[in-house]
Design a protein around this ligand. Sequence first.
Ligand code: UD1
Ligand code: CA
Length: 467
Amino acid sequence: MAVSGPHIIIMAAGKGKRMQSQQPKVLHEVLCRPLIEHVVHMACSIPHQSVSVVVGAQDEGIRHACKAYPEVQFIRQDPPLGTGHAVLCAKDLFKDRSGDVLVLNGDVVGLSRETLEGFIQSHSRGSYSASVLSMKLENPTGYGRILRDGSQKMQGIREEKDASESERKVREVNCGIYLFAKTPLFECLGSVQQKNSQKEYYLTDVLGLLVDKNQKIEAHPISDSREALGINDRKELYEVEKFLQQRVNDALMRKGVTLRHPETIFIDPYAEIATDVEIEGNCVIARSEIGTGTRVESGCRVLGSRIGQNVHLKQGSYLEQSEVGEGSVVGPYAHLRPASKLGKNVKIGNFVEVKKAEMGEGSKASHLSYIGDAIIGKNVNLGCGFITCNYDGKNKHQTTIEDDVFVGSDSQTVAPLRVGKGAYVASGTTLTKDVPPGDLAIARTRQENKKGFAQKLQSKLQSKKGN
Ligand code: UD1
Ligand code: CA
């Protein structure tokens, strides 16, 4: 094997019939990321020469899911005729390549880096032509069985559907993770036949063919079989997700993150959560960073966001692609939509929605507001029910509110407009034009009080009702 690591092929073109789904299996998610992304991430995080993904006809979603890994190459397998055929589709791409080929099932997502690196080491130490990762299961149903002779020498792999009764009793199974020397791999793939119950070209047949050619092969047992469980239906998806969730959460707790009811908390494995963060139950945190001392109350969803230190996200808040500065408070039940950027010590209160808007240090919108397409300066107070009227039915328009502005409750800005520094907007005002710095803006009809009219009105209404 070359010092720089193997070439990696990830098989992801299968239909995944057992998922009973319109979408390709590898696009189903565990811990907030598509299966394929977990596998690609794993592949890219170990030493390697190249990473290729075999895709079928519905490849757009898979390409999109891999977009954070620009080095990934795609190989088309259409129609998918089995795992052996999937790897054979890479033959042309591999014409001028040398070294070992690590083949990964696209539906095995829990392997740790240590496991994969250990597998690669065992393979190269023994100078095998092919190695497979194996596991012993209480219930091996559904997996290909590792066949060994009387002296425990590996002879090949038998798929369950083609296995004899005694072969089915074997509890050592194929994890779907393989290392091959390149040349014998492609030679043998050329001779793989579809003569099996599924009429597919099985990659697993290559192992037996290598034995026939007196090549050295081995199955290397994994220490924790939960890492290698495949996902074929939604029950297995749940089992694997539960295992990964526990692994992620246990590691976070050991690192100094408090999780309350961790069995209800889903944090993606690559989220960055600092120490002394506290997260309550029923939260989902994906593709995000959370700074130290921050508290996330129950029922929050934090997606693609950067949360600073000592922030308080109160119950039921939903944050997407947003930034929250140090010391800010958000919620309960607030919604930060994409491109919202809160500075330090900002307060976003209950039932406030922010979209594509910046709020400067110390600014507040404490109750029931919509702040969209806006730049709000520092120390601005947006009163209860403030609304940016940003949309005219065709286009979105910007509201700018400079530092130290006070906006009274139930006010609106009919954008585009600007409120100058230190201005004061009276309650109930609908702004339709700019307010110069330091001015008071008031736009509402004057109040009139009619002496004693309440009584008269009441009796008039009463007599009408009697009629
Ligand atoms: C496969 C193995 C089995 C092993 C199990 C481990 C074969 C024949 N069997 O069975 O020995 O115990 O994995 O999880 O390989 N794929 C393609 N193109 C195809 C068919 C499949 O790219 O034509 C991809 C799938 O998208 C999937 C992977 O290959 O990511 C495995 O396919 P799957 O149908 O799940 O194989 P299993 O029946 O689980
Ligand atoms: Ca599978």
